[in-house]
Write a protein that binds this ligand. Sequence first.
Ligand code: MGD
Ligand code: MGD
Ligand code: SF4
Ligand code: MO
Length: 737
Amino acid sequence: MTDEKKTAAGISRRNLLKTLPVLAAVPGAGTFFLPGRALAKEKSAAGWSICDNCNQMPMCGIRFQRIGNTIVSIESWKEHPQKILCSKGLATLQRLYNPERLLHPLKRTNPKGSRDPGWVRISWEEAYRTISQNFNHIKKDYGADKVMLMCGDPKEPRPAVMRLARYFGTWHYATESSIACRKGTLLAETLVFGQENSGGGCGPQTKSYLVMATNGAWSKPHGWWRMITAAKARGVNIIVVDSRRTKTAELATVHLQPRQGTDAALAAGLCRVLFEEGLYNKAFCDKWVYGVEEYREYCRDFTPQRTEELTGVPAELVVRAARLYAKGPGSYAMTSQSLSHTRNGVNNARALLCVPAILGYIDCPGGALFSVGPKGYIVHDNGLTKDFVDYHWFEEHKKDRLDRDFVPVWNATQVQWNPNMLPEYVKEKKIRAFGGFGVNVMIWPQPQEYARAIRDMEFSFATDYFYRDITHRDMDILLPAAMNFERYAPFGTHGGKVAVRTPVKPMGEAREDWRIALELGSILDTPEHFFNGDPVAACDSILRTWGTDYRTAQRNLPALTSVQSRKQEPYKYEKGLLRPDGRPGFNTPSGKIELSSLVTKKLGFGTIPLYKAPWQPTRDYPIKLINGTRAPYITHSKTRSDCPYLLEIEPMSTVDINPKDAAGRGIREGDRIVIRNPWGEAHARARVSIIVPPGTAGMQYGWRGNQNSQVLIPRQFDPLSGYAPYFETCVQITKEG
Ligand SMILES: Nc1nc2c(c(=O)[nH]1)N[C@H]1C(S)=C(S)[C@@H](COP(=O)(O)OP(=O)(O)OC[C@H]3O[C@@H](n4cnc5c(=O)[nH]c(N)nc54)[C@H](O)[C@@H]3O)O[C@H]1N2
Ligand SMILES: Nc1nc2c(c(=O)[nH]1)N[C@H]1C(S)=C(S)[C@@H](COP(=O)(O)OP(=O)(O)OC[C@H]3O[C@@H](n4cnc5c(=O)[nH]c(N)nc54)[C@H](O)[C@@H]3O)O[C@H]1N2
Ligand code: SF4
Ligand SMILES: [Mo]
């Protein structure tokens, strides 16, 4: 890319560089720095923060050098358990000083739908006054539940925003996880095991490891990649179930490559081998697993040959993988999304979970241990603690939520609302106002319908780092969010240790999301519930229950601070440690692991996880598209414009296409291509690669304009999770022009 070339947001590289004395990237050295000549006379000091550039949770540790209030270099925080910054982590410094950042509150002055919203700068006071007047008016006239609050993929604002929803009084609180991300596969775990776990680790006693549709080499380059390469070196049998030949799959002892959306058939085939050959753990099943006979009966038809026909996985590999995995103790990794992105997604994930379940690999030494944390900590909800967000209140109001008819199983099991029918709710005036923290309408299939829903609301506001045209143009108020280097909250939790930060002052008038949520809460409700708007006091309310506080933890830096935490132990189900009533067993209706779910049965959604044939390729649309596989240097929509350094690696939407499919279409590496199906059309360029098998294409979603692949996805949802079929649609790919 030349200096003059504009990025997606219209920032030129020269423009960016002008804001800084010199900006140099030295990824090889693991340091990203700007040796500022103008700043050189002041003394430099060290500081610590946490990377948020793949939005996983408070994740990898960052050590930085500052001169005055300017951060001049960042590197890995060596005392932190997640200590190797990837390219996206190093690029957060470039994001921090990006001249396109939102730095002041803005309000629109032209009517919604105008080409130019007419943004003008306003004070924080005016912004808060406008938001509270509008929210209170809707609350008074129609009820607080007509206001929706939402966090996009950014996980860090969530506890404060959920608390805001609770005390404002709306149970219509949604996150990217209740739209499309990890809650779908966690729902599968909840139905089978009675709780979320997100897979298990691969510890010293683990002998076999089943990787269920995650390419952690690229999506979790922190601890997970180190863990699995160490496992490989120890001789652990790694079985990877992935439709593509990924970097993770290349480590595998056996790679099972099912066609997308066929995992329930593959799982039934694997279980059949385990049942028929007597390899399953009969004693464990007799005592702790419900529905074994029903599922075993169902699996009978899934002979290795039939499994091959349905999934494309060679029969002999099905048998080999089952036998190998049975040489346990074994554990498993679970994708945080890919399996749930087909119309049968939750059942595909549930079916794969039956494999470790019937082998008894759950919560045992070397198996998938259920994770534990400090008191009340919700490991997979980023809600920090149940008390902080008042889970109980959200549980009580599940029955009042709008998703009750749309996705009854979701509604019965989740505290977060699934808002995927938003366009309909807005038309019916069931939702009238919107408050979003780091939201992106492109997360949804047919995003233009959701953008219209936001436009048709009576009032809406959002906080973000940047102005995002498609999401923000029809909002009423925009608020500038402070970045990871500029905020206190939240802290990171890593087992029994917490990581806190020493932030610099935010640029412009940006404020941290927690502060915005707490200040709004103080106005809309009462300051006592919102720590008088102080994020550190809010963190302290949690940390004190764990035996420490923010300032103490800051004094311990760079060491992390140990907190009171439950110790990890196996066989928690035998000791009554998994159920709220303290009785032995799993937290399911039967008290056992449920291959046959009493929850889905009660709600009329069947019992065992059945295979349902996914959409099949046709003559007109012969290629199955995986619209959303992760690339190592991209996160969703955002890194496209915020970090020009990353954009140089991949400057436009790039689609992996198999050499056979490419040759048949006269497509060569780098050619411009068009992807079409009955729902839409998107442009991209081709990367000819064997990472995808013939008949499959893969790409990372999130590009804007005519590269927006989200228009290819229909609004047809998995009846259990309400998630869209991002990984199931069939397309035609042709050379442009
Ligand atoms: N086709 C397809 N669609 C998908 C997926 C897929 O694989 N394929 N994946 C789904 C999944 S798993 C996910 S997680 C979502 C991605 O979810 P998205 O919501 O698309 O995620 P991002 O683009 O990372 O970020 C959203 C916005 O938050 C802003 N932001 C980032 N950090 C902060 C912060 O700390 N505070 C504030 N206020 N703003 C912030 C960013 O600038 C950006 O505008 O997409 C889902 N949709
Ligand atoms: N670099 C980077 N890292 C990220 C993110 C990012 O945007 N960029 N996003 C973060 C987020 S929000 C999430 S949710 C995670 C997701 O992280 P991962 O779970 O690793 O997600 P993906 O890479 O989308 O999908 C994993 C694999 O699923 C395979 N797959 C697709 N469909 C099927 C199927 O039907 N069956 C089987 N067996 N395999 C299938 C794909 O080939 C792909 O290799 O990554 C997180 N980490
Ligand atoms: S993996 Fe990379 S982007 Fe994600 S938190 Fe770590 S350094 Fe940041
Ligand atoms: Mo996600």
